[in-house]
Design a protein around this ligand. Structure first.
Ligand code: NAD
Ligand code: ZN
Length: 349
């Protein structure tokens, strides 16, 4: 079994192994001595894995409750959060009990925020079941729900007590959702892991991929838990991506938008003489290998305008993540008025 230790405001481990779900109860018992556990899951994931997890928890003597909500981003809101809080209250959940998030990033973000706020904070354990949630959202302690005014606007930094990744659960994911996760995997390579980009060109082992990405995110988050500095590197490709997601009314998935966003920024950086040309060749090859898009129908003007509505903008400037070569990105503070000019470079012949 692979174990990655994360030392944030709380120290916890991310465990990675195929088949680990059936040992979840035993693993959780090591860090949670309370009486009750509450499985929080969505309507797609619970039917696949809920009973298996429940049996594993009951085997360790826990009294297990389950809260299942309709799958999808549209459930990551205050209505579902209030329903979950009320469910916990009705079932007399105390600070010595724990929540277990079984699902993708939506389930993890919602459960984490409920755990951060119910009784001013109770323990939670993450069991991510999408590639994106294994390599990205389950590490780093960002929890949130969406508001009508925008995504992830109400949330907290709150760390899980344990994360259990069972790559066997990825077998039931659709190809598109798996590819979405691969966009973030390629992102880690582009930001800081040149050798890993080479590994991704081969038939890499999924446990190794997850471990490498979790370590990369851990290292960045360790340095900057509250997202004030280097953590912004994780936004590589994300500024144009948010613009594209908005323009497409979210018909372009997040991972696809990130893939296109990384292409735009890398092309523009090459054009501006900031980035080695090979970086673009390597990035494009990997995105194609993992069935991700590399271009968009939207114009640079449309994308920069939409992107600037994004919350990651601070005052009159934005911090762009610029690749210098494959496996190395840097942060560059840019005046918002220059974003359009910069990304337009990606459209030049
Ligand atoms: N907290 C963070 O740091 C962070 C980072 C990145 C993204 N996020 C958030 O994560 C969310 C996106 O994550 P996601 O793509 O995992 O979304 P998701 O949880 O909605 O999962 C995507 C879809 O896959 C289904 N699914 C999940 N696991 C499955 C499985 N094993 N088999 C079959 N179907 C399965 C889900 O029911 C859902 O329909 C967004 O809300 C985003 O804001 C958070
Ligand atoms: Zn992302």
């Amino acid at each position: 079994m692979k174990a990655v230790k994360v030392e944030a405001s709380l120290t916890y481990e991310v465990l990675i192994e195929k088949g680990l779900l059936s040992s979840a109860g035993r693993l959780i018992k090591n860090i949670h001595k309370g009486e009750k556990t509450v499985i929080v899951s969505d309507s797609n994931v619970f039917p696949f894995y809920g009973e298996k997890l429940k049996a594993s928890l009951e085997n360790e003597g826990y009294n297990v409750l389950s809260f299942v909500f309709p799958a999808g981003e549209s459930s990551k809101n205050t209505d579902t959060l209030v329903e979950l809080w009320e469910f916990l209250a009705k079932n007399h959940i105390t600070r010595s009990d724990a929540l277990v998030a079984l699902g993708g990033g939506v389930t993890g973000d919602l459960t984490g925020f409920a755990a951060a706020t119910f009784l001013r904070g109770i323990k939670y354990i993450g069991i991510p079941t999408t590639l994106l949630s294994m390599v990205d959202s389950s590490v780093g302690g960002k929890t949130a729900v969406d508001l009508k005014g925008g995504k992830n606007l109400a949330g907290a930094f709150y760390q899980p007590s344990l994360v259990i990744c069972d790559p066997d659960t990825l077998d039931t994911l659709s190809e598109c959702i798996f590819a979405d996760g691969m966009a973030e995997v390629i992102k880690y390579g582009m930001i800081s892991l040149p050798d890993f980009l080479g590994v991704l060109e081969t038939e890499a082992d999924i446990c190794d991929i997850i471990e490498t990405c979790v370590k990369a995110k851990r290292d960045i988050v360790n340095e900057d838990e509250k997202d004030l500095g280097v953590r912004q590197l994780l936004n590589f490709g994300h500024t144009p991506a948010h613009g594209i997601e908005l323009l497409s009314e979210f018909t372009v998935s997040h991972g696809s938008a990130v893939a296109i966003g990384m292409m735009i920024i890398t092309k523009a950086s090459v054009k501006a003489g900031l980035c080695d040309k090979d970086a673009l060749t390597i990035l494009e090859k990997l995105l194609k290998k993992y069935s991700l898009p590399t271009g968009t129908v939207f114009s640079p003007e449309e994308i920069s305008k939409a992107a600037l509505n994004d919350k990651k903008r601070a005052g009159g400037s934005i911090t762009l993540v610029i690749p210098e070569k494959a496996g190395k990105c840097v942060l560059k503070k840019t005046d918002v008025s220059l974003l359009n000019d910069f990304i337009s470079g990606a459209w030049d012949k």
